[in-house]
Design a protein around this ligand. Structure first.
Ligand code: GAF
Length: 385
């Protein structure tokens, strides 16, 4: 956080007339180890918070105006927005530029008030549209910043839910709760098994020095606000309704097979992914607890194949990256991570194989890949500068 906050503080001085910001907040992106497209089905997910994140630095003002500049790479123009603090009579609404919608949404859904005006600068090292949850890290960093201006009750679950609501209503993305939850609740040295129905969590240690987590960015940018994500969600709801269940979390593979005739082939395959993935995620968390990395890796590969064939959210580039990773000695498993259609893969491997794996993948991949060896980080934090 320190380097990003210092860079943002410099930009703050230039944008807002030389003064130093008094406040800073940081929130991480995430990589999901397994449990994909299960969160909005009330299932399990197993993400970890990254060391990559988004920082907001700023100070309150007396004029009731919010001015925010982003320095994040890839953000659309204009990079500076100004708008009055929202009130009952004049709420905020989404618009252009798109990056500001995540910030405005969080301000609109903030759980305490009244907020003062403020000046702020955003900096981020989470690649935008890279499937590492740049949006949730921006939302949670914004919320954490607002908590310093006007403290809320400190309820972490409510904080994650408010950020999710911001994404639904201001970015038009009907996401599940995984990304905001891990960005708030992440713990250094741990992955987090989240039950997305009860919101109960179990910390799973991930500190074995002989192990590495390699994130590989395909640099194919994904956009999830298109029609694919909402349409997958609807298909899952359709399958659950046909099975007479509130969500696919409550359905079994045997029930799905028995009802196969009532479903279209496509909806059947979507449900088969989700039901199978929920089971795999629980097994994977147990395997990780037991340091059984071979089983974990096998489940990762099964997850990828199911996302590719049944859920149809992978793409050629992600398939190529996974195939190349699996050729390397010392790799336990590899899969696409996040919503799909581009973005990143995650690979679990022996630490000693990390360099070799990157070289091999680079040589095999038809595009240009970017690599991150990551360790599980803490969730969002605030800091006085
Ligand atoms: C995106 C969503 F934001 C998450 O809620 C989750 O559904 C994920 O795709 C797929 O697992 O990141």
């Amino acid at each position: 956080m320190a380097a990003a906050a210092a860079a943002a503080a410099r930009a703050y001085g230039e944008a807002f007339g030389g003064g130093a910001p008094g406040l800073a907040a940081w929130a991480p992106g995430r990589v999901n180890l397994i449990g994909e497209h299960t969160d909005y089905n009330g299932g399990f997910v197993l993400p970890m918070a990254l060391q990559l994140g988004t920082v907001l630095v700023g100070s309150p003002t007396q004029d009731g105006v919010i001015s925010i500049l982003t320095t994040a790479e890839g953000a659309d123009e204009p990079r500076m927005v100004r708008f009055p603090v929202p009130s009952h009579g004049s709420p905020l609404s989404p618009g252009q530029p798109r990056w500001a919608n995540y910030v405005k949404g969080v301000i609109q859904h903030y759980r305490a008030g009244p907020l003062p005006g403020f000046n702020a600068v955003i900096a981020s090292d989470v690649p935008l549209g890279g499937g590492l949850s740049s949006s949730a890290s921006l939302e949670v960093a914004t919320y954490t910043f607002l908590q310093q201006l006007c403290p809320d009750d400190g309820d972490l679950e409510a904080k994650a839910l408010a950020c999710q609501k911001a994404e639904h209503t201001f970015a038009g993305m009907p996401c599940g709760i995984m990304d905001q939850f891990i960005s708030v609740m992440g713990k250094e040295g741990h992955a987090l098994l989240i039950d997305c129905r009860s919101l109960e969590t179990v910390l799973v240690p991930l500190t074995d020095a002989s192990l590495a987590v390699l994130v590989t960015n395909s640099n194919v940018r994904h956009t999830l606000t298109g029609s694919e994500y909402p349409s997958r969600r609807r298909q899952c709801e359709e399958a659950a309704a046909a099975l007479g269940r509130a969500s696919l979390r409550d359905a079994t593979m045997a029930e799905l097979e028995a009802a196969r005739e009532q479903l279209s082939e496509e909806v059947y395959r979507r449900a088969r992914h989700v039901i199978g993935e929920i089971e795999r995620t629980v097994q994977a968390a147990q395997a990780l607890q037991a340091r059984d990395y071979r089983t974990f890796g096998r489940l990762m590969v099964e997850s990828h194949n199911s996302l590719r064939d049944d859920y149809e959210v992978s793409c050629l580039e992600l398939d190529e990256l996974v195939a190349a990773a699996l050729e390397v000695d010392g790799v336990y498993g590899s899969r696409m991570t996040g919503g799909g259609f581009g973005g990143c893969t995650v690979t679990l491997l022996e630490a000693g194989a990390a360099e070799r794996a990157q070289q091999h993948i680079k040589g095999k991949y038809s595009g240009t890949a970017t690599f991150y060896i990551t360790k599980p980080s803490d969730g969002a934090k605030a800091q006085l500068l």
